[in-house]
Design a binder for this molecule. Structure first.
Ligand code: CO
Length: 153
């Protein structure tokens, strides 16, 4: 296990297209473990592979509902709307106000390639949408209606 470097806004890798994971091997498991460590160390709610310079469709999410690894995820249903604050480990010192669905249903593969589904609501749904956007080269600042400077805590 190892901490990876989180790239920052301005790095072209955050804007690139990502590719599906096809091989579910020990190397993938090591990458997932590193992503989990890196996200937890940075105290984030989620991390997408492009944020550590890897152009694969992989995200990890840590929310109240638990820890999730989503590989090749797709939103297959979304309902409602929530408007609220959102930040990103690749955009330090800022947050924005972003509209997201209230609830999303996601189909994805787990680390063993098994197809799974989950339904996320509220903040969990926001985290899922934010992380999946990273897989399309989209950052929350592209969607935010307001951008604010985060006060030092
Ligand atoms: Co982000």
């Amino acid at each position: 296990m190892a901490l990876r470097t989180i790239v920052q806004e301005g790095d072209a890798v955050l804007r690139k297209k990502t590719f599906a994971v096809e091989v579910f091997d020990a190397k993938l498991h090591e990458l997932l473990d590193d992503m989990k460590d890196t996200m937890q160390h940075a105290e984030g709610a989620g991390l997408a592979a492009p944020q550590i310079g890897i152009l694969r469709k992989i995200v990890v999410i840590q929310v109240e509902e638990g820890y999730f690894e989503l590989i090749n995820p797709k939103i297959i249903e979304s309902t409602g709307e929530q408007v609220g604050p959102e930040g990103c480990l690749s955009i330090q010192g800022k947050y924005g106000i972003v509209a997201r669905p209230q609830s999303v249903k996601v189909e994805y593969q787990d680390r063993y390639a098994k197809v799974q589904q989950l339904t996320a609501v509220d903040f969990f749904a926001r985290a899922v949408c934010h992380e999946l956007d990273h897989l399309d080269g989209i950052l929350y600042i592209d969607k935010a209606t307001e951008l604010r400077i985060e006060r030092k805590r």
